[in-house]
Design a protein around this ligand. Structure first.
Ligand SMILES: [Ca+2]
Ligand SMILES: [Ca+2]
Ligand SMILES: [Ca+2]
Length: 531
């Protein structure tokens, strides 16, 4: 096993020196030098706290884990949420599944299906959807031999789970078939963001979408029935399946390419990110709440991909830490929803009780096998970033001479700075009301009513690890294939991102007024890569 530093200790010295010179705390006031002195390197310039080491295991194991490991969540997705049952009931065809942005692994298809994949006989036959599921060819929705008869057949009681690949893989290079704006049938490209995945609609198809209760936008009585998120009203434990489906299928509330990964009753889906070169990406999440990669993966497995763990003592303790009375109400209501919809035998995830309960390593008191988590670390750190598209030398110069490098690295082959950009700096229009106080280090729950940009950081933010509410720096990689920008999908193009017409109080207000300069900078950004 190798230990890898998320950031070099040399930076820390620089950070301390800068902080002392400026006479302010680093976390609140990252330096804002507008120009890079000639010869300055990212290693000298980069700022932010040193994060703990990542431990790398076996990348070959990690690849299997990334693609197929469910730790038993097939029981959550099949017994509780009932995804395959919903597909059967709705007679979903392969073409419809692709239109939802689900990808199909061409190599896993039986030759008879692969060879005829572009024909209506395959694409428009609901029976073929099941054949594709049974071939274990749906990317990120693997079938398991749950009845242990040596055959994979969902109709005979085998179950379908979810893996990282669902949202972090594409199949559109050298694809045999592509639905424009949707998914494709092709070879797996692990680590690429599934920008077209309509997770909301896919989950609405499930027969018991109500089992996703904690990640829906809710109206809790602890909050006086008020709700936070994209929808004007929240759901409750009494909401019907049709009402939940309507929320999940509304592109205003649950846009394509997004996923609500915070079980806080806050309707804050955020845009899918790539998962290649994760050695460069710490801290993790758009709010930077998690410092260590395997801790992020563990939380996905023990919380998100089996939400029923939230009803356990460890899950309740975590919900209570995040949301106090509202958090406990989510757990209590969830138990009622599960009972009302006949869900039993939970929690399902196969994980160990951890002695690190309540820490980042095991927020819900659960930890899946470290051997697999560390293998995943190695795999995700070593997945290469795709080549950039085009490039522009003048844009490169602009990037360095404008204020961009006050935050972003000049070289995308170095780890992103680890500081959290304070909310007021990334979003000058931030003007929050306080919704609840919390036990430090957690900050109060804050919301700027007029904006959804800050919603992701309202409940879950980096204050959980003693840092601040704000936005972490993203990888500036694979931007040419990104259909929409910023974590909240609020900006449609790179040109719009940099266009001062958006206004000085908008999120990420770092603008280039001259149209020619802007075009050069956009061309440069699209060309960014790690080579
Ligand atoms: Ca449904
Ligand atoms: Ca949420
Ligand atoms: Ca808001």
């Amino acid at each position: 096993m190798n230990r890898n530093r998320a950031s070099s200790s040399g930076w820390q010295l620089v950070v301390i020196a800068l902080c002392t010179a400026a006479g302010v705390g680093c976390q609140d006031e990252p330096p804002t030098a507008a120009h890079l002195p000639p010869g300055t390197t990212d290693a000298v310039l980069n700022r932010g706290p040193t994060l703990p080491d990542r431990i790398d295991g076996d990348p070959v194991l990690g690849k299997q884990v990334f693609r197929f490991e469910t730790f038993n969540n097939e029981r959550f997705f099949t017994e509780a949420v009932r995804v395959p049952q919903g597909m059967v009931a709705a007679r979903v065809t392969p073409r419809q599944l692709l239109a939802l942005g689900v990808n199909i692994d061409a190599a896993a298809l039986p030759p008879a299906i692969r060879n005829a994949i572009t024909t209506s006989a395959i694409l428009d036959d609901p029976a073929m959807t099941l054949a594709i599921v049974n071939a274990n060819a749906l990317v990120g929705l693997p079938i398991k031999d749950s009845n242990e008869d040596g055959v994979l057949d969902v109709a005979r009681g085998d179950k379908v789970g979810a893996t990282c690949a669902l949202c972090h893989t594409r199949t559109d290079q050298e694809a045999l078939f592509t639905v424009p704006g949707g998914g494709s049938v092709g070879p797996r490209l692990d680590g690429r963001a599934a920008h077209n995945l309509d997770f909301g609609r896919l989950m609405a198809v499930a027969a018991n979408s109500r089992a996703l209760y904690p990640v829906l936008q809710l109206a809790l009585s602890a909050n006086g029935g008020n709700t936070l998120g994209r929808a004007p009203t929240g759901l409750t434990e009494h909401s019907s399946e049709a009402e939940v489906d309507a929320y999940l299928s509304n592109p205003q509330f649950y846009p394509r390419g997004m996923f609500d990964d915070s079980f806080d009753g806050n309707g804050d889906p955020m845009h899918n990110t790539p998962l290649f070169r994760q050695d460069l990406a710490a801290p993790f999440g758009s709010e930077g709440a998690i410092a260590v990669l395997d801790n992020f993966s563990n939380l996905v497995y023990t919380g998100l991909l089996d939400l029923t763990t939230l009803t356990t003592p460890g899950g309740r303790a975590f919900l209570n830490k995040l949301g106090g009375a509202a958090g406990i109400e989510i757990a209590d209501d969830y138990v009622k929803v599960l009972a009302a919809t006949g869900v039993t035998g939970y929690p399902y995830v196969r994980a160990d009780r951890s002695s690190a309960a309540g820490t980042e390593a095991a927020p819900l008191g659960l930890r899946v096998q470290n051997r697999k988590l560390f293998g995943l670390n190695a795999y995700l750190a070593n997945l290469p970033a795709p080549p950039g598209v085009g490039g522009d030398a003048r844009g490169a110069l602009l990037f360095r001479t404008l204020e961009c490098t006050a935050c972003h690295n000049a070289s995308q082959a170095t780890p992103v700075p680890t500081f959290i950009v304070p909310m007021k700096r990334i979003f000058p229009g931030d003007n929050p009301v306080q919704l609840a106080v919390r036990t430090p280090p957690l900050n109060p729950i804050l919301n700027t009513v007029s904006s959804i940009f800050d919603d992701k950081m309202a409940v879950v933010n980096a204050s959980i690890r003693g840092d601040i509410r704000g936005t972490a720096l993203p990888l500036l990689l694979d931007l040419a294939r990104k259909p929409v920008f910023l974590h909240d999908n609020s900006v449609p193009t790179l040109d719009a991102l940099l266009d001062p017409n958006r206004g000085s109080t908008q999120p990420h207000p770092f603008y280039v007024a001259n149209q020619g300069d802007r075009a050069a900078l956009v061309a440069y950004l699209r060309g960014l890569e790690t080579r």
